[in-house]
Design a protein around this ligand. Structure first.
Ligand code: FAD
Length: 468
């Protein structure tokens, strides 16, 4: 049956995965319909994720750098924060990008249907907006429905003082004391922003380190720096109760020995992870299998168990990152257009855009140890990098991991300002099968932080004798 609208390829969700897939399929000649429930395109990443958080992190960095320059002979007054203006600037960055996407969709004749889509059959999605329904029939479909923040049963999420990352990015005030529940990337990025704006921060994390995905030695410089700025960092501690009272949110903490304490905060940021939206799209009507957590399993061509329906991005699994969604989106679109493509990335880099940044790619040292893999490593401390010192920073570390058998690069963990930019070189090295000599003999520009990757390889090779 034909719907009100027919698409050769329909894409459900317009995040980085969805818009990439829609544009690529259109470029390959397909008639594409893009369904999005939000009035603006771009998904979590552009509207309430990667982009607004980075704009605020930039503001935070300017504030803390200005503070620290006092120690090097340039003193500024206490910054005056005009929250409305800062929010306006952040919103304008988002708007520029989401508006750009609308233009790109128009240019490619991708038809955007606004509303919430649900499958009503294997070739039909019904889109609802304010009670009005539009049926979209399709030959092929790409599900890019993304994810949403996890909520916890004992937390009063309806209290306005309890916020998630979206609430934190709204910047509706500068709380005096905020508890950040979850010491992962999203929680710590937001902590970094509010700390710079003047909030006293406590971070609580269940694991024995912050940023649990990265190696402990690499996370240490970040831990040390924020320990000096924040009120408290509680590790191996769980929050067991949150009571909303007139004088604040009273939180009960339980440490690893079972001892409990309480403290009262005026804001609680819950950043304990994200859950996929797979259960919210009526997938059963199309016969698409969704697991109990809401993830949709796919093969290396991004196909679900239903051959003409693909899925990409956060809804198919970890890591929930925009660049992974984008690459999966391209694969799905190209396969839908008849090309023979597979998602075969060897590695997907992860970055915490905290200050300092923490970035890692491929095998971590902890992972190699757990798997009993024989590895070698080159570790270069940034205290010996002229460029780092001239930025007024010395705590960074670049660690590159090599396969002991053939010296090939298999991973890296970097901490320091701009670590997120530096990790891309190692990702390329791994994709290209480069070894320690390749990294060590490639001439890097001096003085840059990129040299630290080169030096780490030389440390492994034993060809650096002195650190200057
Ligand atoms: P999403 O971006 O989640 O988009 C899904 C879209 O589908 C949404 O627009 C949603 O409205 C729509 N949708 C869902 N269901 C329906 C339906 N039934 N009908 C119609 N529309 C529907 N990643 C990075 O790589 N780098 C970062 O720096 C980074 N920072 C982040 C910061 C924060 C605060 C957060 C929350 C996330 C961050 N992420 C970051 C993660 C990144 O945002 C996600 O991995 C990425 O957005 C996933 O893209 P996606 O296409 O899978 O889905």
């Amino acid at each position: 049956a034909r719907g009100d609208v027919h698409a050769e390829v329909v894409v459900l969700g317009s995040g980085p995965g969805g818009y990439t897939a829609a544009f690529r399929a259109a470029d390959l000649g397909k008639k594409v319909v893009l369904i999005e429930r939000n009035p603006s395109l771009g998904g979590v990443c552009l509207n309430v994720g990667c982009i607004p958080s980075k704009a605020l992190l930039h503001a935070a960095k300017v504030i803390t750098e200005a503070e620290e320059m006092a120690g090097h002979g340039i003193a500024f007054d206490t910054p005056v924060v005009d929250l409305d203006k800062l929010r306006g600037w952040k919103d304008s960055v988002v708007k520029q990008l989401t508006g750009g996407l609308s233009g790109l969709a128009k240019g490619r004749k991708v038809q955007v249907v606004t509303g919430t889509g649900r499958f009503t059959g294997p070739n039909m999605i019904e889109v609802e907006r304010d009670g009005a329904k539009t049926s979209v029939s399709f030959d092929q479909c790409i599900i890019a429905a993304g994810s949403e923040p996890v909520t916890l049963p004992f937390i009063p999420h309806d209290d306005p003082r309890v916020i998630d990352s979206t609430g934190a990015l709204e910047l509706d005030g500068i709380p005096e004391r905020m508890l950040v529940l979850g010491g992962g990337i999203i929680g710590l990025e937001m902590a970094c922003v509010y700390d710079a704006l003047g909030t006293r921060i406590t971070v609580v994390e269940l694991m024995d380190q912050i940023i649990p995905g990265a190696d402990k030695d690499i996370v240490k410089p970040l831990h040390k720096r924020i320990e000096g700025r924040y009120e408290k960092i509680l590790l191996k501690t769980r929050v067991t109760d949150v009571k909303a009272g007139d004088d604040g949110l009273t939180v009960t903490f339980e440490d690893e020995k079972g001892a409990t304490t309480t403290d009262t905060f005026d804001r609680l940021l819950v950043a304990v992870g994200r859950r996929p939206n797979g259960k919210l799209i009526g997938a059963e009507a199309a016969g698409v299998a969704v697991d109990e957590r809401g993830f949709i399993a796919v093969d290396s061509q991004q196909r679900t168990n239903v051959p003409h329906i693909f899925a990409i991005g956060d809804v198919v699994g970890q890591p929930m990152l925009a660049h992974k969604a984008v690459h999966e989106g391209k694969v799905a679109a190209e396969v839908a257009a008849g090309q023979n493509r597979h998602f075969d990335a060897r590695v997907i880099p992860s970055v915490a855009y905290t200050d300092p940044e923490v970035a890692w790619v491929g095998v971590t040292e902890a992972q190699a140890k757990a798997e009993g893999r024989k590895i070698g490593k080159g570790v270069f401390p940034w205290a010996a990098s002229g460029r780092s010192l001239s930025l007024g920073r010395s705590e960074g570390i670049t660690k590159v991991i090599f396969d002991e058998a053939d010296d090939r690069v298999i991973g890296a963990c970097i901490v320091g300002p701009n670590a997120g930019d530096l990790i891309a070189e190692v990702a390329l090295a791994i994709e290209m099968g480069a070894d320690a000599v390749d990294l060590g003999h490639t001439i890097h520009p001096h003085p840059t932080l990129s040299e630290t990757v080169n030096f780490a390889a030389e440390m492994f090779e034993g060809t650096i004798t002195d650190l200057i």
